[in-house]
Design a protein around this ligand. Structure first.
Ligand code: PLP
Length: 392
């Protein structure tokens, strides 16, 4: 079979299973009131939880950054791409998260690849929750091929199973436990305090990916580590992204001086890639300032979450155990999830249906996400639309 025919067959297969993915075109800025495919909709699907992606003060800092540094960074951090703006952002992030140092990565996906790549070697073991984000799983799989490390997965949030797995290996091996802090498709939390205790008992390192907690959790928005008071010893490898609640782009890893130096020397996804544009770093300095100073954004988000949950419960919808901005509604079947998402879009609500392979089979859901930029009336209108939906 020719390559073309073979690929065509695969695509047709996806279409038949309601697994075909299509992009929508957005015009204008990323915000709650969005122009999607030429139509005005209220978006309930972005990860812009604090409403900073189109914040005028941050946009201004970005433009100033372009004036100061131009557009591209021109090179990798270790060549000539590490600008003062990048450096200041790393320092500001270290202060915000209460860590010794931080290191910027171009994306969260790459940060996760880099962490496993730099820390693990032959025979070392990575432990992961089965519902971890694809970038964590891919990181461990790549390292198992390149470095001969192993990946052991445990059922979602099953701490007894994790404890069992941690008991087995001899203590010459390095052990790294990696988990989403806030699970990206369920919005529920990992049992971070328990994980930290288990890691201490078994001489393992804990790594949390706080893509959906940073900016949202903790009194000052410094994320899951702040919310659960986990210091650098209890949580030695903290990673978060800057393209979600911070409204920008990129990611960072935070921890000890030794951790950061190791990543600089060894993480291939750090060494062999172009630094993010310095203007983005300049904009992110402003995002952090606003996130720290404007706690009302987190308070408002909490109120909206409570309003949505109580309304959805009254409608008898199947919510998940989540107190975060991610509030999925369980549907089950791919086709039903897709058709509900399309119906809602026709009524002016943008909510993505999340399906396998992002999720296990039979657990397709509508991933509703809330933002501090939503108003109470947006939630009311969404709830009325959900009340009209046929759920099976
Ligand atoms: C979004 C996300 C990432 C990837 O971050 P990018 O900066 O978008 O590459 C990693 N981990 C989790 C849990 C995420 O939700």
């Amino acid at each position: 079979m020719s390559l073309n025919d073979s690929l065509k067959k695969e695509l047709l297969n996806l279409e038949q299973q309601s697994l075909y993915r299509q992009r929508k075109i957005t015009d204008g800025p990323q915000q709650v009131h969005l122009i999607s495919n030429g139509k005005s909709v209220v978006s309930f699907c972005s990860n812009d939880y604090l409403g900073l992606a189109n914040h005028p003060g941050i946009a201004k800092a970005f433009k100033q950054g372009v004036n100061d540094y131009g557009v591209g960074s021109g090179a990798a951090h270790l060549v000539s791409g590490h600008s003062r703006a990048h450096h200041e952002l790393e320092e500001a992030l270290a202060e915000y998260t209460g860590r010794s140092r931080t290191l910027l990565f171009s994306t969260g996906y790459m940060a996760n690849l880099g962490i496993v790549n730099a820390l693990m070697g032959k025979g070392d073991i990575v432990f992961q929750d089965k519902l971890n984000h694809a970038s964590l799983i891919d990181a461990a799989l790549l390292s198992s091929v390149f470095l001969g490390s192993q990946l052991k997965r445990y059922p979602h949030n099953d701490m007894n199973r994790l404890a069992q797995l941690l008991t087995a290996p001899d203590n010459k091996q390095r052990k790294l436990v990696m988990s989403d802090a806030v699970f990206s498709m369920g919005g529920d939390l990992a049992q971070v305090t328990r994980m930290s205790e288990l890691c201490r008992q078994h001489d393992a390192w804990l790594m949390l990916d706080d893509a959906h907690g940073f900016g949202v959790l903790g009194a000052n928005g410094a994320g899951t580590a702040e919310e659960f008071s986990l210091d650098q010893e209890q949580l030695p490898v903290y990673m978060a992204t800057l393209g979600k609640a911070m409204g920008g782009f990129g990611a960072f890893v935070a921890g000890s001086d030794v951790l950061i130096e190791t990543l600089i020397q060894k993480a291939r996804s750090y060494v062999y890639t172009t630094a993010m544009p310095p203007a983005m770093a300049q904009a992110l300095l402003m995002s952090i300032k606003i996130s720290r100073e404007q706690s009302w954004r987190r308070e408002k988000l909490k109120q909206l979450i409570a309003q949505f949950r109580s309304g959805a419960e009254q409608l008898g919808l199947s919510l998940m155990n989540s107190q975060t901005a991610i509030q999925p509604i369980m549907v089950g079947d791919n086709e039903t999830a897709m058709s509900i998402s399309q119906t809602l879009e026709q009524q002016g609500f943008l909510i993505t249906a999340i399906r396998p392979p992002t999720l296990p089979k039979g657990t397709a859901r509508l991933r509703v996400t809330l933002s501090a930029e939503h108003e109470e009336t947006d939630i009311e209108q969404l709830l009325s639309a959900l009340a009209r939906v046929k759920w099976s």
